[in-house]
Ligand binder design. Structure first.
Ligand SMILES: [Zn+2]
Length: 72
């Protein structure tokens, strides 16, 4: 049984760890593939200045994750 995804805390990471996604926040922390997709989507929207397209839940999740990584 893998450990929980450090971003969403809901989904367990797959084994082996390399089969999960790497966070674009710090480029080294493994997250679940759902979070990987969401991070990519958020970066895309931010790049296009479409911040309003990002669900509040995802914004909150990203914020908490960055805090956890010590990036803020
Ligand atoms: Zn996740």
């Amino acid at each position: 049984m893998g450990k929980e995804c450090p971003r969403c805390g809901r989904i367990r990471l797959k084994e082996p760890i390399e089969t999960n996604s790497i966070s674009s926040e710090d480029k080294k922390t493994y997250i679940c593939s759902d979070c990987g997709i969401n991070e990519t989507r958020i970066l895309f929207y931010l790049a296009k200045s479409m911040d309003e397209k990002i669900p509040d839940e995802q914004k909150e999740m990203s914020k908490k994750f960055r805090e956890r990584l010590g990036l803020v």
